[in-house]
Design a protein around this ligand. Sequence first.
Ligand code: UDP
Length: 484
Amino acid sequence: MSDKPEKLITDDGLRLDGRRADEIRPMKIEIGVLSRADGSCYLEWGRNKILVGVFGPREAHPRRSQRADSAVIRYRYNMASFSVEDRARPGPSRRSIEISKVSREAFEPVIMAEMFPKTAIDIFVEVLQADAGTRTAAINASSIALADAGIPMKGLITSCAFGKVDGQIVLDLNKEEDNYGEADFPVAMTQDGEITLVQMDGHLTPEEIKKGLELVKKGCKEILEIQQTVLRKKFETPVEETSEEASEAEKESESVPAPEFAPEAAVEEIFEEAEEFGAEVSEEPSEADVLSSEVVPDSEEEIEEEIEEEFETEEEFETEEEEFEEEALEEEAEFEAESEEDLEEDLGEELEEEEFEEEALEDEAEFEASFESTPELKEFEEIEARLEKEAASREAEEEIELGSETEELAEEEPSPEEETEVEETTASEETIEPETEVEPETETVEIPTEGVEAEEEPEEEKSEGPWKVVKDPSEAGTRGEKDE
Ligand code: UDP
């Protein structure tokens, strides 16, 4: 334990930790630090460090401790052995039992214990680090923990002590002031200022107590604000607007034009853009910057002048804006219509091209097939070859039989070449009956549709040679029809 300092309060009225007489130590509160507790709080006040856990309301054990008309409030103050300079003896002590009792009684007026008969509300206080005023610090922390546990209370309890140091009444004693001071006076009170705990250690006059109580009220008020702030931060939910308030807000929003359509807003937007542009421009302008600076106005005044020149009145500005929007819409509609027409045309052309190509391919295939797979063509070739062979053999026979017949007879007859020309023409037409009797070697040929019909023709029709005499053109078969 350190020796007693010469002075606890300096000549300029400050205490050893720098506080004035009516100042409390800095306080820090954290809620809900213990997951297994219904409510919990960790509080630092100066160099005090307090941990509180609240359990309940829960069934009270042992049963004999139960109360039929209300809950039992149990408060256990425990000082950790490592919490003080000299090791504290573990377990209950006269002091801890006393502190537990007075602290419990400090809460009894506000906790609505009658709501929970036969139950227990347990408040466990662990002093982790002590620096005087641990009971008051524990009461402040317990108040938060009870609220965190949802225990119904009429209000928060706040606690603070005053004392007498170097003959002066001071608020919230620290360890040195508690040890070497003349008095220590802890107090707990409700939000309404009703005292629920008061103790005194030392000697004080009534005037000093009166003065001290005034300081405690002030201190408790400050502590209450801290407690409320912490609780609001965790539990307070935004208040929903009533339907009337909501309708009023809607009306207001309707009456005010939307910023994007307000000319003032448009002007402000231009200012903002100009400012942003100016911010981007470096201090030493490049050639491009110099050129652009001739186009882009530098200051707000210049922009304003330009806008005023361009649009003398706001109405003109609005009408210009509307016209521009209309033009843009018309252009957009035209562009869409044109693009649709172009698309349709392109599709039509593509379809036509495809059809044409398909037809061309079909024609080509038919044309090729007509040469490759027509049986008439083969038969024609076979007949032609056979007739040529027969004609050659007859020529040879005639040459042998006639020998050297007169040249006159030979002149009267058409030349074989002329006959061939005529006959070939008729053969191709297939329907022309030969008018003159011609030599057998100049035959016209009927292209048969089924087999070699020429050989199967009746005798009468065959009388004039191997030609087929067709009386009705329709009898020529499909070939003649096609030629027509
Ligand atoms: N103290 C201690 N050992 C103990 C009890 C108390 O060192 O066994 C110190 C501790 O710092 C405590 C201070 O004495 O805060 C004052 O104790 P007091 O009994 O006055 O209660 P408090 O002021 O802490 O409410």
